[in-house]
Design a protein around this ligand. Structure first.
Ligand code: KIV
Ligand code: ZN
Length: 547
C-alpha cells in the first residue's frame, strides 16, 4: 500500500482530501437531448452548491450566447466568496479563452479550463496538427488564460491514448506556463483501472514540476470502468475528480459523482492511507453533503430528461430496496447483513405522509423548507396551487409528492406553446380520439382533434396538427412517484428533429395529462432551440485557428 504520499507535496497541490469537480452542466449537458436553458442551469448550479461540490464547470462560454449567459449568471449568483469555484471550458484558442474570461468575470473564484488533444489519432484526424504544434500551443494558451485568472486548468484531451513521453512534456510546459491543475482525460473510456492508475503514477514520477499542480482525472464510461479508473487514480495521487450527477455525459456518460463520493465515504478506511491519513480517520474524504445526493439526482434527471435506471448504484429506485425474502429477513435482524450504506445518508427520507387537503400555505412552505427547497414567492404560489389541485385528488400527500411538484416547477422552459385543454375518449370498443386546445406563441387558442392507436398516440397526433413541427418520438416512459392508485405519474419523453434530441417532462395524477404536458414541454425546447441557432460542440466542432 502506498502510504508515502504524505509530506511529499505542498498542501494546496496535494490536499488531504479529494476535490470534487462537477461537470454536469458542461460535459453532462453534451449528452444528446440533455440540453438545459439558462434558468434550469442556474437551478442545478444552486443545488450543486448545496451539495458541496468544490468546482462547478458551468459550460463552454464560446459555444453560444445562451452558454455564455448561463456561465455568467452562475458566476454571478453561485460563484460567491463562500461558494464553489466556477469554471468555464475553452479550447486552446484566444477567442475561446477570452469568452471564458469574460463570462467568469463576476465569480469570486473563477477558473479557466483549456484543452488540446495529445493523442496521435486526434492530432492527425481532428486537429491536423503535429506534436510540435501542441508543444507550442499548450503553454502559449495556458499563459494567455493565466493573464485573466490565477486558477488555470489544462487538459491534454485523449490522454488515455497518448504517448506517455510526449504527454509528460506537454504537461511540464503547461505547468511552467502557469497551469495549477492538470487534468488527465480518458476521453473515449478506453483504459482499464490498472492502466489508468499507472498513467497517473507515471505522471507523478516523470513530470519534473508536478508538485506545482493538482492532478485531476476525467473519464467516460464506454466500458463501464470510469468510476473504477478514478478510484485507482486516487490511489496513485489524483486529487481532483471530474464527474457528473447520475453519470450523464457523452455516449455512455462520465464517472458518476454519487458513486465516487459514496465509494470514498463508505470505504474511507481503505482509501485513507492513500491520502496520508491513518486508516481509522473519520474525517470525510470530500466536502460533499451526502444527504443532498438523492435530491440532486432527481433534479438533474427531471430537468435533463435523462432517466435513472432502477438498478443504478446509489440513486436507482432499487438501490435501497430489499425485495427478496431472504434479504428482508436479514435486514430486519440486523441492517448490516445486506446494507453497506444507510439510505438516509444520501437523503432518502422515509416516504411519510406529511400534508393533506386542509394543510395551508405555511405548512406547505415549512415542509418544503425542511426538504431543502426555499422557493421565491412567485414559485411558491405556483407550487402551492399545484399542491392544492393534487390534494383534491389525493388524500395524503407525501414528501415524494412534494419533491415531484417542486422538480416539475423547476423546469423553466418558456411556455411558447401552452396546453390549455386535453380530452380523450377511449375504451375496448371505441377508436381512441383526442381533442386538444393549445395556445400558440402568438397568443391564439387553437383546437384540433385526432384519432390514434391509443390515447397517448391520439393526443400526440392532435398536438401535431396544431403545432406543425415535424419530429419523431423516440422514447416515452411513465414512472409513478409513490405507490398507490392515486399516485402522481411522471412522464419523460425524448423526440428527434433534424438529428437533434429534445426531452420533455410532465407530472400529474392523470397520465394522459402528464403525457400531453411532457410532449408540449419537449416541443417548446425544440421551438426555442430553432430560434436560438447553432451551439458549438467543444470537442467535435471544427477547431478555430489559434489567433
Ligand atoms: O472527455 C474529454 O476529454 C473532455 C475534455 C474537454 C476535458 O471532456
Ligand atoms: Zn469529457
Amino acid at each position: 500500500m502506498n502510504t508515502s504520499v504524505q509530506g511529499d507535496f505542498h498542501s494546496e497541490t496535494h490536499p488531504e482530501r479529494i476535490i470534487i469537480f462537477d461537470t454536469t452542466l458542461r460535459d453532462g449537458e453534451q449528452s444528446p437531448g440533455a440540453t438545459l436553458n439558462v434558468e434550469e442551469k442556474l437551478t442545478i448550479a444552486r443545488q450543486l452548491a448545496r451539495l458541496g461540490v468544490d468546482v462547478i464547470e458551468a459550460g463552454f462560454p464560446f459555444a453560444s450566447p445562451g452558454d455564455f449567459e448561463a456561465v455568467n449568471k452562475i458566476a454571478q449568483q453561485v460563484g460567491t466568496e463562500d461558494g464553489p469555484t466556477i469554471c468555464g471550458l475553452a479550447r486552446a484558442t484566444r477567442q475561446d479563452i477570452e469568452a471564458a474570461a469574460k463570462a467568469l468575470a463576476p465569480a469570486a473564484k473563477p477558473r479557466i479550463h483549456t484543452f488540446i488533444a495529445t493523442s496521435d489519432i486526434h492530432l492527425e484526424y481532428k486537429l491536423k496538427k503535429t506534436r510540435q504544434d501542441v508543444l507550442e500551443i499548450a503553454p502559449e494558451m495556458v499563459a494567455y488564460a493565466k493573464s485573466f485568472v490565477t486558477d488555470v486548468e489544462f487538459s491534454p484531451e485523449d490522454a488515455g491514448r497518448s504517448d506517455s513521453e510526449f504527454l509528460y512534456e506537454v504537461l511540464e510546459r503547461a505547468i511552467d506556463a502557469g497551469a495549477t491543475t492538470i487534468n488527465i482525460p480518458d476521453t473515449v473510456g478506453y483504459t482499464t483501472p490498472a492502466e489508468f492508475g499507472a498513467i497517473i503514477k507515471g505522471i507523478k514520477e516523470n513530470v519534473r514540476n508536478i508538485d506545482r499542480a493538482i492532478i485531476s482525472v476525467h473519464g467516460h464510461n464506454d466500458l463501464g470502468l470510469a468510476v473504477a479508473n478514478f478510484l485507482e487514480a486516487v490511489k496513485n495521487g489524483a486529487r481532483q475528480l471530474e464527474c457528473t450527477i447520475n453519470g450523464i455525459g457523452e455516449r455512455a456518460g462520465n464517472a458518476a459523482l454519487e458513486e465516487l463520493v459514496m465509494a470514498l465515504h463508505t470505504r474511507r478506511q481503505y482509501f485513507n492511507p492513500f491520502l496520508g491519513r491513518s486508516p481509522e480517520s473519520e474525517d470525510p474524504l470530500t466536502r460533499i453533503d451526502t444527504r443532498q445526493i438523492y435530491k440532486t439526482s432527481r433534479l438533474v434527471s427531471n430537468l435533463t430528461g435523462m432517466l435513472v435506471q432502477p438498478n443504478k448504484a446509489i440513486v436507482g429506485a432499487n438501490a435501497f430496496a430489499h425485495e427478496s425474502g431472504i434479504h428482508q429477513d436479514g435486514v430486519l435482524k440486523h441492517k448490516l447483513t445486506y446494507e453497506i450504506m444507510d439510505a438516509q445518508s444520501i437523503g432518502l427520507t422515509d416516504n411519510q405522509i406529511v400534508l393533506g387537503k386542509h394543510s395551508g400555505r405555511n405548512a406547505f412552505r415549512t415542509r418544503l423548507k425542511e426538504l431543502g427547497h426555499e422557493l421565491a414567492d412567485q414559485e411558491l404560489n405556483r407550487a402551492f396551487l399545484r399542491f392544492k389541485e393534487l390534494a383534491d385528488k389525493k388524500k395524503e400527500i407525501t414528501d415524494w409528492d412534494l419533491e415531484a411538484i417542486v422538480n416539475d416547477e423547476a423546469q423553466q422552459v418558456p411556455e411558447l406553446f401552452k396546453l390549455e385543454h386535453v380530452q380523450v375518449s377511449c375504451g375496448d370498443h371505441s377508436r381512441p380520439t383526442a381533442t386538444v386546445t393549445i395556445r400558440t406563441p402568438d397568443g391564439k387558442d387553437l383546437t384540433d382533434a385526432a384519432i390514434g392507436t391509443g390515447p397517448v398516440d391520439s393526443v400526440y397526433k392532435a398536438i401535431n396538427r396544431v403545432v406543425e413541427i415535424p419530429n419523431q418520438l423516440i422514447e416515452f416512459s411513465v414512472q409513478s412517484v409513490t405507490a398507490g392508485i392515486d399516485a402522481i405519474g411522471e412522464v419523460t419523453i425524448r423526440l428527434k428533429h433534424d438529428d437533434r434530441i429534445f426531452s420533455g417532462h410532465g407530472a400529474n395524477t392523470d397520465i394522459i395529462v402528464a403525457s400531453a404536458q411532457a410532449y408540449i414541454n419537449a416541443l417548446n425546447r425544440l421551438y426555442a432551440s430553432l430560434q436560438q441557432g447553432k451551439v458549438l460542440h467543444p470537442q467535435h466542432d471544427e477547431a478555430q485557428p489559434v489567433g
